[in-house]
Write a protein that binds this ligand. Structure first.
Ligand code: NAD
Length: 250
């Protein structure tokens, strides 16, 4: 019997790599995104869903329930980033970010709960960020949302353990995606152009490079697969090339 996984923010970047990692292991994959993907694999399903919209989330889960009575893994990956000073962040921008990054995982997890419980050995994986642990200037709303997601990870792990559902988070460091490139403009790097900024970021990381979406996807699959991580729940797994281990004062 095949295992089913739902991945949000699946159209591009890390989400798309997560889709491919599960497909490669023979899972039935359902991807959600608020935008249509440019190239979607024929052996996976796609639905346009905005995770900030409770009605769209409920309709998406109802459609999923018509295909499978069991969901073995849910990956809450969809997120947005605002890279600007806190005093310039409007209440509307703050709310819009929280609606995707923090309320989205809550809405999707809550709606998917009956399908996850029916699996008996299901796992939820939230894609958080190293910004949940340490951060920089001009990214406060995003950092707060990811810190909240880590707290949600622990709370859900406790509440859902009796239902046989493990809940963990992956905390990526810098990974080369559209989101990373857009966020490089927030002024924490000195190099002039984008490629030079990426190289500067890579040099600052202990392993000397930024990560690939596939490297984050591998950690997500590890936490979703009970054959690999059955005794892990409520954990935040940092996958950052060593970015957070070095003291900034050294
Ligand atoms: P990305 O912007 O390249 O892709 C994000 C995807 O999520 C897009 O396809 C977008 O359309 C989708 N999305 C956004 N809002 C949505 C919504 N309301 N409903 C449905 N889909 C929505 O970003 P990425 O770099 O691939 O990031 C993926 C995850 O990894 C995010 O949670 C992000 O915070 C996290 N992360 C990324 C990095 C990095 O360096 N790239 C580092 C740490 C954490």
């Amino acid at each position: 019997m095949s295992r089913w996984v739902l991945v949000t923010g699946a159209a591009r970047g890390i989400g798309r790599a997560i889709v491919d990692a599960f497909r490669g292991r023979g899972w039935q994959v359902v991807g959600w995104d608020r935008r249509e993907p440019e190239d979607w694999p024929a052996d996976a399903r796609f639905r346009q869903v905005d995770v900030a919209d409770p009605g769209a989330v409920d309709a998406g889960i109802a459609a999923l329930a018509e295909r499978t009575p069991r969901l073995h893994a849910l990956v809450n990956n969809a997120a947005v980033q605002i890279a600007k000073p806190l005093v310039e962040t409007t209440p509307a921008e703050w709310d819009a970010l929280m609606a995707v990054n923090l309320r989205g995982p809550y809405l999707v997890s809550r709606a998917a709960y009956p399908l996850l419980r029916a699996a008996g050995d299901a796992a939820v994986v939230h894609v958080a960020s190293v910004h949940a642990l340490a951060t920089s200037a001009n990214i406060a709303a995003y950092a707060a949302s990811k810190g909240g997601l880590l707290a949600l990870t622990r709370a859900m792990a406790i509440e859902w353990a009796p239902a046989g559902i493990r809940v963990n988070a992956v905390l990526p460091g810098a990974v080369d995606t559209d989101m990373l490139r857009a966020g490089l403009r927030r002024g924490h790097l000195h190099a002039a152009d984008l490629e030079a900024q990426l190289a500067e970021l890579a040099r600052r990381t202990v392993l000397g490079r930024v990560g690939t979406p596939a490297e984050i996807a591998a950690a997500v699959v590890f936490l979703a697969d009970p054959a690999q991580s059955s005794f892990m729940t409520g954990h935040g797994l940092v996958v950052d090339g060593g970015a957070t281990i070095r003291l900034s004062t050294e």
